[in-house]
Design a protein around this ligand. Structure first.
Ligand SMILES: Cc1cc2nc3c(=O)[nH]c(=O)nc-3n(C[C@H](O)[C@H](O)[C@H](O)COP(=O)(O)OP(=O)(O)OC[C@H]3O[C@@H](n4cnc5c(N)ncnc54)[C@H](O)[C@@H]3O)c2cc1C
Length: 355
């Protein structure tokens, strides 16, 4: 069986981002790389969105940028600006196509369907397949989104809706998320933050239909694309092993309070590329412990008081949107963190320190 200098397990967002980063910086000119990916074909399966707080390699895969957004709870709406860090949406279909076309040019890169097809004894492994133990106490962000087209112009495509809590909460945390790509097309997602132990929350099609037809009052539309997923709001098992680094969700790149992962994956790929020559002895990369700590408290409050969450999210945006965006994108300083903490219900959060 053939051996490779590097093996990437999982050719999804993190695996392909890393391979691309190494390839465009010519780190694979004299090295061989095996990518293990079981999927039969690459097609659009996700929409990755985030505030663009750093530059990245995939500007040409961006479906749309927005400089304005809104958030609402029943009877209250906030309109906010994000000109400095526009919100971007990446089409995973374009992302896979761009990367795979680039990787094909290098004869040192090989794709396999299963790890058993390669010898990994002396290879350095980058693993993006999470190891998750079944635990019904774990919180997840689970969701389903549809892209719709309307016959007539309906949406204001200058502004997206980050969270609409004006919906059935079912003793959980539930909101809708709308990304209007044009005046007559949008991605509409139903999102839950919960323990995934309540199957009744997963009647996603019904929730979306009801939201579109009875809340938005839109009748003439057709569904052109659908995506569904669940992001762990806890860290998968990430054991330290010689000659192996976990990347992506498996490597702890998800921000637990929000599920945002895409830009963290890009920063991790860059860090690995910068240190690739001595990667076995390089310090591990992680999201700052400050955010891990704050997110943990935030999720404790969420678990204990789901009913308070719409208001807590809404209040968070009483701080300037620039500050909140930096906080949610792991770029805030101490004073910015503090100004957000001040907006939170103090007693509830102090109690959460001791649960
Ligand atoms: C539908 C969806 C939408 C999301 N939207 C956003 C968003 O808007 N913004 C954001 O920041 N984050 C978002 N996320 C979270 C995160 O960015 C994505 O989950 C991202 O794809 C994580 O990258 P990854 O490489 O860790 O996992 P994946 O992209 O899932 O890649 C893992 C790969 O491993 C492969 N694989 C599985 N089993 C094996 C095996 N045994 N051996 C080898 N390979 C295997 C899979 O086929 C897959 O290609 C979203 C997640 C989902 C599911």
């Amino acid at each position: 069986m053939r051996e490779f200098d590097y093996t990437i397990i999982g050719g999804g967002c993190a695996g392909l981002s890393l391979a691309y980063e190494l390839e465009i910086h010519e780190k694979l000119r004299d090295k061989t790389l095996a990518i293990i990916e079981p999927r039969a074909e690459y097609k659009r399966d996700k929409t990755w969105s985030f505030w663009r707080v750093i530059t990245h390699n995939f500007e040409d895969c961006v479906k749309k940028n927005w400089e304005n957004f809104s958030i609402n709870v029943p009877n209250k709406t906030k309109y906010l600006e994000c000109k400095n860090s526009p919100y971007q949406s990446i089409d995973s279909g374009l992302f896979y196509e761009k990367i795979n076309n680039k990787l094909k040019e290098n004869k040192n890169i090989f794709f396999f369907k299963d790890i058993s097809e390669v010898n990994t004894k002396d290879s350095f492994i980058f693993n993006s397949v999470p190891s998750i133990r079944k635990n019904y106490q774990n919180l997840w962000q689970h969701f389903c989104g549809v892209e719709i087209e309307t016959r007539n112009n309906f949406f204001d495509d200058e502004i997206f809706n980050l969270m609409d809590f004006d919906c059935d909460q079912r003793e959980s945390v539930h909101f809708f998320y709308t990304l209007p790509y044009t005046k007559n097309s949008a991605l509409i997602e139903t999102t839950w933050l919960s323990k995934l132990n309540n199957n009744s929350e997963r009647d996603y099609d019904k929730q979306i239909k009801d939201y579109i037809e009875n809340h938005l009052k839109l009748k003439n539309y057709k569904i052109t694309y659908k995506e569904e997923g669940a992001i762990p709001l806890f860290y998968p098992i990430n054991k330290k092993e010689k000659n192996k680094i976990n990347i992506g969700t498996a490597g702890g790149m998800t921000r637990l309070s929000t599920g945002y992962t895409f830009l963290n994956i890009q920063e991790h790929s860059k860090y690995i590329r910068e240190n690739i020559e001595n990667i076995a002895n390089t310090k591990g990369y992680k999201i700052s412990s400050k955010y891990q700590y704050l997110d943990e408290i935030f999720l404790r409050v969420l678990e204990k008081h789901p009913d308070k969450m719409p208001d807590i999210f809404f209040k968070m945006f009483k701080t300037s949107p620039k500050t909140v965006i930096k906080f949610l994108s792991n770029k805030s300083n101490f004073f910015e963190d503090f100004s957000i903490i001040l907006k939170m219900p103090k007693l509830t959060f102090i109690k959460a320190l001791f649960y």
